[in-house]
Ligand binder design. Structure first.
Ligand code: HPA
Length: 235
């Protein structure tokens, strides 16, 4: 069983071969999980913004989602996400599989009543499979490493915030850092593949607009789905 977690846009396509909607009760709350097959592989799929698409990034229940993966026996999870690009020299759209992250603002954890301090990071095994598969099938450029900066959301960033964080990171998003932390706490191997859909606020003089991000993310999502379809088989 392989886990897949993505933003609404990447997953609204009905891509599972035999989809069964389930709800799993966890110690952290209920997780909505779709079970089925993808490319012949048993998968569990979570839409992180919920089936009704009403859960903004700062309200996503990361502990419940990853506890559900664990309970279902998913030892490896692929994340999908949309990010803003912090690098002027990168031509977007592009794909990035970050190797590290900065997440100062979220307190996502499964350890609320015990003293456990994990050493965070993305999983190299899952990352390597995502990189290899992306390079084989994607028509978009593939950036093999980079630092993901997680902001709290749901608002986008100010120009001043981006001017600061671009010195330390390559892309900016709102969920993958928390997911990586909670996954590691639960012993799940997790890495994320992101579409760089827009330049972050002020990069190349651009102003960001959520409607534009959504439109571009939709366009770029297709290429990610094909990568995931092949990657689950390899994992
Ligand atoms: N900022 C934060 N999250 C994002 C962005 C952005 O510019 N684009 C897509 N997700």
């Amino acid at each position: 069983m392989i886990g897949i977690i993505g933003g609404t846009l990447l997953l609204e396509n009905d891509f599972l071969e035999d989809r069964e909607e389930t709800e799993l009760r966890t110690p952290f709350g209920v997780a909505e999980v779709d079970l089925g097959h993808l490319n012949g592989v048993e998968v569990a799929v979570i839409q992180r913004h919920g089936r009704r698409k009403n859960r903004p990034p700062h309200m996503v229940n990361h502990p419940a989602n990853f506890y559900a993966f664990k309970a279902l026996g998913a030892e490896k999870v692929i994340g999908l996400g949309s990010v803003g690009c912090l690098r002027e020299e990168v031509e977007i759209p592009a794909l990035i599989i970050p190797h590290d992250y900065i997440d100062f603002f979220s307190s996502a954890t499964v350890f609320n009543d015990s003293l456990v301090y994990i050493t965070p990071g993305f999983d190299e095994t899952v990352r390597k499979v995502l990189i290899e598969t992306a390079k084989e099938v994607s028509s978009l450029p593939v950036i093999e490493r980079g630092v993901y900066f997680q902001t709290r959301g749901p608002r986008l960033e100010t120009r001043a915030e981006i001017a600061m964080i671009k010195n330390f990171a390559d892309c900016v998003g709102m969920t993958a850092g928390s997911e990586a932390t909670v996954a590691k706490e639960l012993g799940i191997r997790y890495a994320v593949i992101c579409t760089m859909d827009n330049y972050a606020h002020g990069i190349k003089g651009e102003t960001v607009d959520y409607e534009v991000i959504i439109k571009r993310a939709k366009e770029n999502a297709k290429s990610c789905l094909e990568i995931v379809r092949r990657a689950v088989k390899r994992l």
